[in-house]
Design a protein around this ligand. Structure first.
Ligand code: HAM
Length: 424
């Protein structure tokens, strides 16, 4: 039997219901803050990511799914959505002299070592705000994500961690002094951090190695390298979050894995999912638009890891109940199938919320009623010779002690519109 690719999962129908719920709440939160959807391709030129996220990031260096198109062009499955969103905005002229609040969703691809909460194909819902330089929009993005977590009933399990990387200049000056401090201790660093010392030294800060962490205790601090404007931005954000009563923890070691961040970075983290506890992450990236060929444009955003948010919802809310369908139509004679399908279609159009299945594959009345019962439906419609002759339908309540009725389609619609379970 052919198996799915490692790290790429199916979502079975029961689980898909939970996904739908989580995604609906996310879209509702995004729309309620006035964000507009943008749809983006899964495949982009490899160069977009190597230039946008940084050659030395894990996502680009080790994890990208690269392929050659038939004409030799180098393509990559997107490892994240921000770079593609910026590319689209530039290409479509969406951020030229105008602010823009956008959201997107869909699968992302990274060749990581799969485990619970970490997959090679995973789903993100992201938000990006362009053209606004102040901390107010950073606060708005955080408020938006917080409101979604509240709506889903998972907020109490998530901690907001916050840091600032400062302007590109303060970050560069910190980078230099960190490298100067760590270079004499090179041999004491874990192998990953040794490699990062030249390529991506800031990432050493979130190394998991105890030896490396011990060395970092006396390392120069990013905070000491922040210029006045960077400090003012961060203070402004903190004041806004305080007055919105959004709790957070400042984590000076929070650096993020992608190179484009400046100033604010944040993560929503839970302890309920084991080691893959970051459910949502983002920050400001004021240099990326210019880096990708546009005019310098301030920008900030976040992406939710939907797989993880769904896992958290499951951990907190337990088993999800599948909403059963409402009705099941029994067709006694194969010759009446098209009549039954036609009537059911008119009923669906009249009552768009009703979920109605029509029996397929024949069967005796008793068997079809068993199927109707197993479907969880509240009522069955029965179509037989008499019904078709009289242009009527029999309605049978499956979960209530109510009499069976023979009704015209109009009367049936009226009846179902007013009662869900046989009562009035
Ligand atoms: P990221 O931190 O790379 O940021 O990913 C954001 C979120 O996607 C993570 O916090 C996590 O929940 C989820 N995620 C990442 N990798 C995996 C994986 N292998 N399996 C399951 N979930 C995963 C970004 O992607 C940025 N584009 C976020 C952003 C938007 N920054 C500004 N705007």
């Amino acid at each position: 039997m052919i198996q799915s690719i490692r790290g790429m999962r199916d979502v079975a129908p029961l689980e898909a219901r939970r996904w739908q719920h989580v995604e609906r709440q996310a879209v509702r939160a995004l729309e309620s803050f006035g964000y507009e959807e943008i749809r983006l391709p899964l495949l982009e030129p490899t160069e977009l990511f190597s230039r946008g996220l940084g050659e030395a990031t894990d996502a680009v260096e080790k994890e990208m799914y690269n392929l050659l198109d038939r004409d030799g062009a180098q393509l990559s499955l997107r490892p994240e959505g921000t770079a593609g969103c910026v590319r689209a905005c530039l290409q479509q002229g969406l951020i030229f002299n105008q602010a823009q609040r956008l959201w997107y969703r869909g699968p992302m691809f990274r060749y990581e070592r799969p485990q619970k909460g970490r997959y090679r194909q995973f789903e993100q819902i992201g938000a990006e705000a362009f053209g606004m330089a102040g901390p107010d929009v950073d606060a708005e993005l955080i408020q938006l994500s917080a409101s979604l977590f509240r709506a889903l009933g998972v907020a109490h399990e998530l901690e907001l961690q916050l840091n600032t990387l400062g302007s590109a200049a303060s970050r560069e000056s910190f980078r230099k002094s960190l490298v100067a401090y760590l270079t004499p201790h090179r041999a004491e660093l874990d192998p990953d951090s040794q490699r990062r010392l030249e390529r991506n030294p800031l990432r050493i800060l979130d190394s998991k190695s105890p030896a490396t962490q011990a060395l970092l205790v006396d390392a120069p601090s990013l905070t000491d390298h922040l210029d006045a404007a960077s400090l003012a931005h961060f203070d402004g954000l903190r004041r806004l979050l305080d007055s919105l009563q959004i709790g957070y923890v400042v984590n000076p070691r929070l650096v993020r894995g992608l190179d484009y961040y400046t100033h604010t970075v944040f993560e929503w983290i839970t302890g309920a999912l084991g080691s893959q506890g970051t459910v949502c992450a983002g920050g400001r990236y004021d240099g990326l638009v210019e880096q990708l060929g546009g005019r310098a444009t301030p920008a900030a955003g976040f992406a939710i890891g939907v797989d993880r948010l769904v896992l958290l919802h499951e951990a907190l809310e337990g088993k999800y109940r599948v909403e059963p369908i409402d009705g099941f139509c029994v067709v006694l004679d194969a010759g009446h199938t098209s009549w039954a399908m036609g009537v059911c279609q008119r009923l669906r159009e009249a009552l768009p919320d009703v979920r109605l299945r029509v029996n397929a594959g024949g069967g005796q009345l008793k068997n079809q009623l068993k199927r109707a019962d197993a479907s969880g439906a509240d009522w069955a419609l029965i179509v037989g010779e008499d019904e078709v002759a009289d242009n009527e339908i029999t309605l049978k309540w499956l979960r209530a002690d109510a009499p069976q009725e023979r009704l015209t389609l109009a009367a049936l619609i009226a009846r179902l519109a007013t009662s869900k379970n046989g009562g009035n």
